[in-house]
Design a protein around this ligand. Structure first.
Ligand code: BEZ
Length: 208
């Protein structure tokens, strides 16, 4: 199934390392960082799982729940978590979906047959509290994801929602932001009383 930005994230019920969950209920009023891996007991995946666990406080501060997935069983996941904790010096607490029948991976188009008929590629879905898909990324099996970027894009999405702004290339928290062209100068005066720097009529920068 092709999932696009703005689509409602498909709901599912599944066994995880934290027991059975129904995705939308489990998500509640939080955001999700839902991410897939090719397989348990593989090196790149082990570092990514460890990094996600190390960043638990950063995700919680942003009201984001991580949810991992690979096409293995709960029993295998539980054994692997011991290795992740040991090798990555962390304590992995977030749930990992057991998707040995590939049902969720198929639902989210995480299996790309040109890469593997059975293992998921490195998909990322950032899903908001309204269950809308806000970002998708797909990485190949042999390249670990950049977790600074994952946190950065969550910050950009949440700031954009809160302040009606867009973010420029390479934006970092605290940096200048863009007043979208859909907001007229008249309307911008109410929303951005701090003013802005108009480089072009369509390129207005401000601080929020
Ligand atoms: C890894 O996690 O290291 C990995 C898994 C599947 C294919 C390639 C790399």
């Amino acid at each position: 199934m092709t999932l696009r930005l703005g689509d409602t994230a498909p709901d599912f019920s599944v066994e995880t390392t934290a027991g059975k969950i129904t995705f939308h209920d489990w998500l509640g009023d939080s955001w999700a960082f839902f991410f897939s891996h090719p397989a348990d007991f593989t090196p790149v995946c082990t570092t990514e799982m460890g990094r996600t666990a190390q960043l638990a406080d950063e995700f919680a501060r942003r009201n984001v729940k991580p949810l991992g997935l690979s096409t293995d069983t709960v029993a295998e996941h539980r054994k692997w978590i011991l290795d992740v904790n040991d090798t990555q010096h962390t304590s992995l607490e977030f749930p990992i979906v057991a998707d040995d029948d590939h049902a969720v991976a198929q639902l989210y188009d995480m299996i790309h047959p040109g890469e593997s008929a059975t293992a998921a590629v490195r998909s990322v879905f950032i899903i908001d509290p309204n269950k809308k898909i806000r970002l998708t990324m797909t990485y190949p099996m042999n390249v670990g994801r950049n977790f600074d970027e994952i946190l950065r894009v969550i910050d950009a999405l949440q700031l954009g929602d809160a302040k009606k702004i867009a973010t420029p290339a390479d934006w970092r928290p605290g940096g200048e932001v863009i007043i979208p062209p859909s907001i007229s100068n008249d309307a911008a005066q109410d929303i951005f009383p701090q003013g802005w720097n108009e480089i072009r009529p369509y390129l207005r920068l401000t601080k929020v």
